[in-house]
Design a protein around this ligand. Structure first.
Ligand code: TYD
Ligand code: MG
Length: 489
């Protein structure tokens, strides 16, 4: 006789068990195992198999309807989705509580409604009056967004199936939704998954675009439903630093578009304002002439973006020096530090190192290696870098500076924002560059250049100090101290 099929399935990872248990051994989640209904069980040998329905197999070549897109009316949002919402697609928008997800989506719904599209906003967290209050603050009360405070997925799907199909349905948030089909409490993995499934079915059937809002836990994961990340067409993350006004929308997954584009917004008293030229924003709070800061000419997706990199190198008081980095990759920082030590004689073993990308931006490009190195050496030697210079270039383990993509676009953006110099890898586009370009072949050259600047600036300062009758600073710093050694050449 055939072994009976397992009837207990983990709703988080899909592992199957012969009997119920509290914890899933496969994924470690508690209370996610539930009995699958008899109908879902594979049929036994005694049963008549269902006769399959025939379907048509299609060739690869042929008539393809271009995914019809619906521009949202917010160009920064469209940039991230890849040119607008695709009909019948489902997007998950994650982010910390209070970051502005509801604000962003209400603005998107209002923009669509203004374009005479049907936009529905379902809030499971706030009452209708609270959403109205926000709309009032955003100046959107005239927009014809249809509003409801509901949490039952069956009711929502039934209501939306009546009348003309909405172009956009916003579900704020998926964690508050529940479906009759599942017997656990709202917010549990099983419920969130069941509710998402029902809403995704609705989207595919009706052609409406559905946006699910998801909360993010402290460790940055979209709470509970990692599983729904696989079910939706796109996962967008709305990020920002608490103290800053900037908000960045980023695609973590996108079946219909790129994942490297970012949308930049600014939170104001009247809601989110789009920032079409983010470089100006990210450079607006610069401390000119401070050691340890340098400007990176980066690329986010297809758009050049200038941002300030700040480094602090200070003698450590701990046995193991600290290496902290915000907005960049920890392992790339370790690599840059190792290359500085191995090839340029910059000793950082007894120094704490902090690196920060200004404005809460997160950089993923290796092209930021050179600017990070410049900021670190500048901080270590207490030498301000030229305020009108930008840097980009990848550092190889041998200490050579490697070219990076889209150098011309980076230079153009820097020139547009008034920068006069660029420190770039060799083999870059020097001819016809819109600003003075200094090519550096190796990291050693860069360190030597900064050290030479230090000589100049400290002599000037020393001269000024002597004029005032103080101990010249250069003499103070030349006294060798074991834990604050300047760059050795
Ligand atoms: P909200 O969209 O409710 O965040 P989420 O849905 O992600 O939890 O945004 C709430 C925050 O935004 C709140 O701290 C106040 C701020 N805010 C403004 O600064 N200006 C505005 O016009 C609005 C509507 C909100
Ligand atoms: Mg909200």
């Amino acid at each position: 006789m055939a072994k009976s099929a397992p009837a207990f399935v983990c709703q988080n990872c899909g592992a199957a068990y012969g009997r119920w248990q509290g914890k899933c051994e496969a994924c470690g989640e508690w209370n996610t195992i539930s009995e699958e209904s008899a109908a879902a069980r594979p049929s036994g040998p005694g049963r008549q198999p269902r006769k399959g329905r025939l379907f048509v197999l299609e060739p690869l070549a042929g008539e393809t309807h271009e995914a019809p897109r619906l521009p949202s009316g917010l160009p920064e949002l469209d940039r991230v989705t890849g040119g607008g919402f695709v009909r019948g697609s489902v997007l998950l928008v994650g982010g910390d509580p209070g970051i502005g997800k509801s604000t962003l989506l209400l603005q998107a719904a209002a923009a669509l409604a203004r374009a005479a599209r049907r936009a529905v906003y379902i809030s499971g967290e706030e009452a209708v009056a609270q959403v109205r209050l926000r709309a009032d603050r955003l100046g959107l009360t005239q927009a014809r967004v249809e509003l409801a405070a509901e949490t039952s997925v069956e009711d929502i799907v039934a209501t939306l199936s009546e009348g003309p199909t909405p172009s956009l349905v916003i579900i704020d948030s998926i964690q508050t939704m529940w479906t009759d089909a599942v017997e656990s409490a709202p917010g549990t993995v099983t419920q969130v998954r069941g509710a998402a499934q029902a809403l995704i079915r609705f989207a595919k059937r009706s052609g409406a675009t559905v946006i699910l809002v998801g909360h993010v836990t402290k460790d940055g994961q979209i709470a509970g439903p990692r599983v729904i990340e696989h079910m939706v067409d796109a996962v967008l993350s709305f990020e920002g630093e608490g103290a800053h006004q900037f908000r960045i929308l980023r695609a973590l997954k996108n079946r219909f578009g790129p994942t490297d584009e970012i949308g930049v917004f600014e939170m104001t008293g009247e809601g989110l304002r789009e920032v079409p030229n983010p470089s100006e924003l990210f450079l607006s709070e610069r401390d000119l002439g401070t050691p340890g800061t340098a400007v990176f000419a980066g690329i986010e997706g297809t758009r050049p973006l200038l941002v300030e990199i700040q480094a602090l190198v200070a003698p450590t008081t701990l046995g193991t020096p600290r290496r902290a980095v915000v907005g960049w990759d920890q392992s790339r920082l370790s690599m840059v530090l190792a290359v500085l030590e191995a090839h340029c004689g910059v000793r950082l073993g007894s120094h704490d190192v902090y690196l920060n990308v200004a404005g809460g931006l997160r950089i993923q490009e290796p092209a930021a290696d050179l600017v990070a190195a410049a900021a670190l050496v500048s901080s270590l030697t207490n030498t301000p870098l030229p305020a009108d210079a930008v840097y980009f270039g990848e550092i190889s383990l041998s200490g050579a500076i490697r070219p990076v993509p889209q150098a011309a676009a980076r230079l153009k953006e820097a020139a547009k924002l008034g920068f006069a110099r660029a420190i770039v890898p060799e083999a870059g586009p020097e001819a016809g560059a819109p600003l003075a370009v200094t090519a550096v072949a190796s990291l050693t050259t860069l360190v030597a250049d900064i050290a030479a600047r230090r000589g100049q600036t400290t002599e000037d300062r020393g001269q000024m100090a002597e004029d005032r009758g103080e101990t010249p600073r250069i003499l103070q710093r030349r006294r060798p101290t074991p834990d604050n050694r300047p760059v050795e050449r």
